[in-house]
Design a protein around this ligand. Structure first.
Ligand code: HPA
Ligand code: MG
Length: 216
């Protein structure tokens, strides 16, 4: 993992008043941790790193749904843009999706279910990039990587937009990482709390009001 941006525990983020926040979430958030524009600029660089590292070999990019869908589409768009514009080099891409579930409220439920996705036979002998929104304890990713190995890919790398500094982490670190963040529950840019907040533009810290309102 190179050049991941570290957001310190002491960082308070931006005031909600400085950005546009949907009315329906106004009372449920503490701060804007990462504005949309910064997310995009960071993804541009991750795309460039991936483009450089994978050379000309075909790449199977697997989106971990649902939380990874925005990062995935923005990342793939930017890799495709490099493919169109870099002349000599290009990475043939194929897309794939997998759906997992490991969270209820703001806690990992401990078990990880695969609840949908393509047949993974397509990864055999291929370079694989797993695209995830956030790595928290690392358990979901370790489980998914174990599962993928059964299908004998040539190599597997992971791009996670966020990596949480989580005391209970198993130490797993992705090859590509956007931002290392404090141990707070974040939402927006497709990250959810019980399926809410995926429609929020920026990555924000949810407050107690939001937690209480949407807990199940
Ligand atoms: N937000 C959303 N989903 C998550 C988080 C988080 O902070 N941690 C693990 N899954
Ligand atoms: Mg996820």
């Amino acid at each position: 993992m190179t050049n991941c941006i570290k957001i310190e525990d002491s960082y308070q983020g931006y005031s909600l008043d400085s950005f546009c926040i949907p009315k329906h979430y106004e009372d449920d958030l503490e701060s804007v941790l990462i504005p949309y524009g910064v997310i995009h600029d960071r993804i541009e660089r991750i795309a460039k790193d991936i483009f450089t590292d994978f050379g000309k070999e075909p790449l199977v990019a697997i989106c971990v749904l649902k939380g990874g869908y925005k990062f995935y589409t923005d990342l793939i768009d930017k890799i495709n843009s490099l493919n169109r514009n870099q002349g000599e080099r290009s990475v043939p891409l194929s897309v794939d999706f997998i759906r997992l579930r490991s969270y209820q409220n703001d806690k990992s439920v401990g078990t990880i279910e695969v609840i949908g996705g393509d047949n993974m036979e397509s990864v055999k002998g291929k370079n694989v990039l797993v695209v995830e929104d956030i790595i928290d304890t690392g358990r979901t990713m370790m489980k998914l990587l174990g599962l993928l190995e059964e299908f004998q890919p040539k190599c597997v790398k992971v791009a996670s937009l966020l990596l949480k500094r989580q005391p209970a982490s198993n130490g797993y670190i992705p090859e590509y990482c956007g931002f290392e963040i404090p141990d707070k529950f974040v939402v927006g840019y497709a990250l959810d709390f019980n399926e809410r907040f995926r429609d929020l533009h920026h990555i924000c810290v949810v407050n107690n009001n939001g937690i209480n309102k949407y807990k199940v």
